[in-house]
Design a protein around this ligand. Structure first.
Ligand code: HEM
Length: 439
């Protein structure tokens, strides 16, 4: 690798903290400092009650249209995005019928905030997880990676299960933080051809992935599949399936921008963990491709979809992933040393860790969104992608099981040992063919 021409990104320049990873380095605001925004905060803090009593839509329609020019920092914009995202999804999904038009008190400020943050007009993973956590014990600002010490600032339902669902992801983000910084050091080491350092990092990578897999399993501790399915998940849907407007020919949600102004339709996916930058970072740094050479329809869709999900990430995280993508990844480095068995096996072990993570995730998904309820067969790692029963859709709009089975397969396929064996086999057969020709 030409060391001089490659710049390894500094994560901190992209708002990534050594302890917090993609969570903000300082805990997010739990209220907007200006009392001007108290009407928004008041509704957000009473959301579960207003939804339960079906008073929310009326209250929102009566709100004044607040200006956004009193928001003073990126943190304030992010808090405002979180607050209005909760109001918006509760407005659309929190009543007996679906609201197909968003009124000006919500649509005007939310659209402006989304323009400033360069995000689609919908709640995103960042607004329900990254910008929505706080410490249960306020003096305990140390351990971001224990979900039991965190709670979400806002919820739709008031159920502890909802907070737990978001906080598992927050804890995963924090556990991922040291991996990000370690990998940056390893990429530097790779430029100096320092195999030992890369091997050490890959071993720690594997350990980190195991810890994250354990955090996945803690979902069951505090979030019941029934509450998730019946009460929480409906609020997290997006706008792609809403039949909008009186003509009904376009799918989406109409944002009414006020009397004399036009309205517009937005057709966006709902917040999904597929918008989590950390897992995409694992793929990019380990060189896992979701756009394999021999594409099936499902695999092409998976690659395009995951790439699309970047539009739903905070812009600085998006840019970080792009920067890492422009650096030769760990797979590339390992492939330059095919005979270093220790290096190849450390890399393959990290890949096995990521595969295991996706496997646990898939099992969890089958348990939480399997419309038929969990059964022995559906929880197995070998669940069939084309089983017609398993076409349940994710909040991010995918056919969950075929999609997740595919991303797991792409991960397994990144293993190098198998590739080397195949290359050796090809070489041997080429040599054999060569010999035959000479004969
Ligand atoms: C009850 C818990 C969970 C359920 C039901 C669930 C469901 C899903 C579904 C249905 C998808 C497909 C995309 C979509 O249509 O939304 C997905 C994708 C994804 N989820 Fe989850 N998820 C859960 C928890 C998590 C957690 C805790 C994480 C980690 C932070 C996570 C990370 C991902 C990632 C990275 C993807 C993209 C696919 C991939 O990269 O393999 N999920 N999830």
């Amino acid at each position: 690798m030409a060391a001089a021409s490659v710049s390894i990104p500094d994560p901190e320049q992209y708002g990534i903290g050594a302890k917090t990873g993609f969570l903000p380095p300082n805990p997010p605001l739990t209220t907007l400092p200006s009392t001007y925004y108290a009407p928004w905060e008041d509704i957000a803090n009473n959301l579960p009650l207003l939804v339960r009593e079906q008073r929310l839509r009326k209250v929102i329609r009566k709100l004044p249209v607040l200006e956004t020019n009193r928001l003073q920092s990126r943190q304030e914009y992010e808090r405002a995005h979180t607050v209005l995202s909760f109001l918006l999804h509760a407005y659309v999904w929190g009543d007996e019928d679906v609201a197909t038009v968003v009124p000006p008190p919500l649509s005007i400020p939310f659209t402006r905030i989304c323009q400033v943050l360069d995000l689609p007009t919908v709640a995103i993973y960042a607004s329900v997880v990254l910008w929505n956590f706080t410490f249960i014990d306020k003096s305990d600002h140390l351990d971001f990676s224990d979900p039991a010490k965190l709670r979400s600032s806002l919820t739709f339902t008031g159920l502890p299960d909802e907070s737990w669902f978001y906080m598992i992801s927050a804890a995963i983000e924090a556990r991922g933080a040291p991996i990000i910084f370690d990998v940056m050091q390893a990429l530097q080491a790779a430029l100096k051809d320092d195999c030992c350092r890369v091997i050490e990092t890959l071993h720690r990578y594997r350990t980190g992935l195991k810890d994250i897999a354990c955090l996945f399993d803690r979902m069951y501790e505090g979030c019941s599949p029934e509450h998730f399915c019946d009460s929480i998940r409906p609020f997290l849907s997006g706008w792609t399936k809403i039949r909008g407007g009186s003509t009904g020919e376009v799918d989406g949600l109409r944002f009414d921008m006020g009397n004399s102004r036009t309205s517009y339709m937005a057709s966006s996916y709902g917040p999904s963990n597929a918008q989590c930058s950390l897992i995409q970072f694992f793929d990019v740094s380990l060189g896992v491709s979701h756009r394999p050479k021999h594409q099936t329809e499902v695999s092409q869709h998976a690659g395009d979809y995951l790439h699309d999900m970047r539009k739903y990430m905070p812009i600085y995280h998006r840019k970080f992933l792009e920067h890492v993508e422009n650096v030769p990844n760990l797979r590339h480095f390992v492939q330059l040393h095919p005979n270093n068995s220790e290096l190849v096996s450390a890399y393959d072990s990290a890949i096995a860790g990521l595969t295991e993570l996706r496997d646990r995730h898939l099992r969890m998904v089958l348990r939480y969104i399997n419309i038929e309820g969990p059964d022995e067969k559906s929880q197995g790692a070998g669940a069939e992608a084309d089983d017609p029963v398993r076409v349940a859709e994710g909040t991010g709009g995918t056919q969950a099981v075929p999609f997740l089975t595919e991303t797991r397969a792409h991960t397994t396929n990144a293993k190098i040992d198998k590739t080397i064996q195949m290359a050796n086999t090809n070489d041997r057969s080429k040599n054999r063919r060569g010999k035959y020709c000479m004969l």
